[in-house]
Structures are given as structure tokens and as C-alpha cells.
Ligand binder design. Sequence first.
Ligand code: SF4
Ligand code: SF4
Length: 434
Amino acid sequence: GEAAIGRVMAQVAMVMNLDKCIGCHTCSVTCKQTWTNRPGSEYMWFNNVETKPGTGYPRRYEDQERWKGGWTLNRRGKLKLKAGGRLRKLATLFYNPELPSLDDFYEPWTYDYQSLTTAPLSDSFPSARPKSQLTGRDMRPVHGPNWDDDLAGADSYAAADPNLEGMSERVRLEFEKAFMFYLPRICEHCLNPSCVASCPSGAMYKRVEDGIVLVDQDRCRGWRFCVSGCPYKKVYFNHRTGKAEKCTFCYPRIEAGQPTICSETCVGRLRHLGVMLYDADAVLRAASVTDEKDLYEAQLSVFLDPHDPRVRAAAERDGIAHDWIQAARRSPAYAMIKKHRVALPLHPEYRTMPMVWYIPPLSPVTEALHVTGHHHDDPDRIFAAIDSLRIPVEYLANLFTAGDTTVVEGVLRKLTVMRTHMRRAQLGDPADPE
Ligand code: SF4
Ligand code: SF4
């Protein structure tokens, strides 16, 4: 017979379709106006949009080795100190060095708007002067929350040929290979949140009813272990209040049945909100699979089909509110994540079971793909043009599947087929026989 369904829990989730993000930062700005426009929160972007490839915000947060000595999840999905030992633990309790610095985020400045019209030209500099903060390979003249967008990869070309004069063959080839896309990020509201596990004060918690991860401001003692413990670096320390702060998934709006601010104001309409039902008893087992490449499948395995009557009965048994079960049935999240497998988790190898998933970008559509698609060819043949996709499949796999290119190719294939189908439909041609 079928395996028994463990304890059912409900979780808000977000799926972002990266092909649609235009990098306008409207989501970041509206989030900031709502949540981080207070003293001490100037440098915080609960929602940020970073350019990939790039160093991200905070700078090099994906370089997990950099935070070594902090907390990590072991293979069983349990939190432990990376360097063990009681002495180390004591030292870490009193001194927590594995924190990103303000330089890693960026130094905000106050722009003097008066200068636009009245002041002499020399006064219009921002108060934080550009300065070199890194050396060698990582050298950047300045840094900002989406600095790589301004660079547009130009630094590597400049390094190859500083004046870009008489562009060498090598540099020209580099230009032709260039690719970029935007990656909007919020807290992942993880199923296995290491921020919660690392908080010595019990101030971080995951809400039972919807899985939103919050900081209890009264209980927070400013240890900042959540900052070092979060692999996505999505907890921020407010130096004015001495407390941790993070994305709240706009919980007051969710409670009122409204979307998050970032979703509501997204110009590309790419953020899908949904409720996922999952088997809470399966979470630690899934987070602790031995082979990193199995983590995507493992995380998929904890999600329950809200249309399955057995799941519905188990959800009712476990006290999931009726309208949350309904929301899970109505939401596109389950279909995109598990049924059609077109959405992928960000860095599943962090083992925190993130709940913001991404439809990877297919674009820019190459000439080959576009022309064949227009001529109504077989999707398989169109997909054969995958070699000419500008964003390397390996790059996407390192972001979304711990390196498994087969899964990413499967997603891109489906996106290609869907794009071809829509093109047919919109050109008024007969639909696919399928
Ligand atoms: Fe916690 Fe970081 Fe996961 Fe958010 S992304 S729930 S802050 S571990
Ligand atoms: Fe991208 Fe939407 Fe944010 Fe604009 S508002 S940057 S389209 S996620």
C-alpha cells in the first residue's frame, strides 16, 4: 500500500519566473519603503535584485567557505559548529567573527537633491566616496547592492585589454559569450531554517500556520548568529536597535489575504505566490540525503499534492485551516514546482530547504531558437539548439540543482516547448495534437 502521510503543514511559497525579470528594482524599492526605511536599516534590502553572474548582495554570499567557523548544517540536516570543540564553541559564543561587514553590503549615502539645481557641481558628490575595497581578482572601485549590473562584466574585458582599443580576437570572443540575467532574492522562509536553529535566544521562529520565519524583537539579544547561520545572508543586523531584522513575507498582508508588496508591485508580473502542503516528518530526512545532487529530488519529495483526497484528509486531520487547503489547491505553486517541474530551488545544497523557487531563464533567445520556433518545427529539434543557448546549462545547474544539468535541461526543454506552443496559439495556428 501507499506510505502513510506524516504530519501535514502549510507553507507560503513564491515562484519567480526569471525570464520575465527586467531588473527594474521596483520590488526592492517598494519593499524598502514598507519595511526598511527606519534608522539603522538603510543598508538593508529585504528584497534585492542581483545580476548574475556576479558577486551578489552581500558580496560573495555564495562563497560558503568564507563563513567557515560559523554554523553549518551537517549531513543529517542538524545545525552544528563547523569547527567543533568546546573551546571553539565558547569563543564563538562571545565573539562571532563570521559576519559580513558593511562593506560587503554597501555604504548607503544620502543624496542631496538640492544639489541637482542649486549647488555648484563639486558639491553633488555622494557623501560616501567611491573607494577600492578589495584587492587582486576581486578588485572593485566601489560596491553597491547590484554593483555587477553597473559593471556589466566590463571589468574582465578591461583587464584583458585596458583601453579596449584594437579589441583583440580573444576579447571579441569574450563579448560574444557574455550573458547575464537578474536574480531577485528575498528570505527563503526555509523548511529547515538554520537562522532559527542558530539563535541562542529563541528569538527567531517559524510560524506554525504558514511557515513564515520572523524575529521576535523583544527576545532578540543581538547575538547575530542568525546572520552567520543563514547561508543566503538574508538576516540583517540593525546597529541602532541592536536587533536582527529580516523579510517578513509581508505577514500582515498575507493575514489579510493580500500579496506581498514585492509581488503586488512587480513590473514583470513574475512572482507567483502560493501555499504548499508538505510532510513535516520528511523534512530532516530530505535535508540529509548524502549526495548533493539528490537534494532537488529530496526536497520535491516532501511536497504533497493538494488535489489528492488522502492529502486533504491528512491536512484536515492535522488542523490545517480550510481556506489554506483551498489556497493550496488554487495556487500554481504545486503545479510549477512538482507537477510540471519547471521551478527549481536556489542552492539546494545549503540544505535549509528554501521555499522561494525559480523558473530558470531560457533567454536570451538565440537566433537559431527563434527562427526554428517561428517555422513551427518539432520542439525536439528546436531544443537541439540548446547548445546555442547563451546561458550555460552548467551555470544554472550550479545555482539551482547542486550541479545536476539533466534537471535543468528538462526544465529548459519544457519552457521551449511551451514557448513554441504559445507562439503557435498566438499565430492562430492549430494547437498541438497533444
Ligand atoms: Fe532563515 Fe536565511 Fe532561510 Fe530566511 S533564507 S529562513 S533567514 S536560513
Ligand atoms: Fe524584476 Fe519584478 Fe523586481 Fe522589476 S519588480 S526587478 S521585474 S522582480
